[in-house]
Design a protein around this ligand. Structure first.
Ligand SMILES: [Ca+2]
Length: 192
């Protein structure tokens, strides 16, 4: 089971105030380099989806995925939504992994419109965590937040100004050409 998330940090800077969109963009909200513990990207506001859903679940599980390049052998895009957060990527081939490139991206099509409370990013745990930094979250092509710093296990990004849509894209914001890999991506919400 995933680790319990920590409380939201209301002191984080707010994300751009955009309110209309159909895609989720992961890229730049947590200002921490601690990757081994849960980290939270907050924007000082309560996600609208959290109050509109009678119950919350991972709505990305098993949904259609694609990514900008790759896969690295044994690490296709769909392993980012297979329900397994294990970070032992070299041993168990449990996540997605692109080629090395600037701003590599991965996305999931939820197959319908959902209210989304937060996105949880699970980095690998066996090496190379710092390759994944400042991940931008895009919801239907509109910026919904950025997970600043190195991504943890998990880094949790509450959606605030943009919280209803279908396609969630994550873009690696590392300043250099880099691989993009995560063990799992969880999109927490409910049908709209
Ligand atoms: Ca996985």
């Amino acid at each position: 089971m995933p680790a319990s998330p920590t409380a939201l940090d209301a002191s984080r800077p707010e994300a751009p105030r955009r309110t209309v969109g159909r895609r989720v963009f992961v890229g730049g909200a947590v200002a921490t380099s601690v990757w081994s513990a849960p980290t939270v990207a907050g924007f000082g506001r309560v996600a609208a989806a959290a109050s509109s859903c009678s119950s919350l679940e991972n709505v990305a599980l098993g949904k259609a995925t694609t990514m900008s390049s790759g896969p690295w052998p044994g690490l296709p895009a769909e392993k980012g939504v297979n329900g397994n957060t294990s970070g032992a990527m070299s041993a168990d081939r449990n996540g997605f992994h692109t080629w090395q490139e600037l701003n590599a991206w991965w996305e999931v099509d939820l197959g319908g419109i959902f209210d989304i409370a937060e996105v949880r990013l699970w980095n690998r745990g066996d090496c190379c965590q710092s390759r994944i930094q400042n991940v931008a979250i895009d919801l239907d092509g509109v910026s919904a937040g950025v997970a600043w710093g190195t991504i943890g296990r998990p880094t949790i990004v509450p959606l605030t100004t943009v919280s209803r849509g279908q396609v969630v894209r994550l873009t690696n914001g590392h300043p250099a050409s880099q691989w993009f890999h995560l063990a799992e991506v969880e999109v927490i919400g409910c049908p709209a």
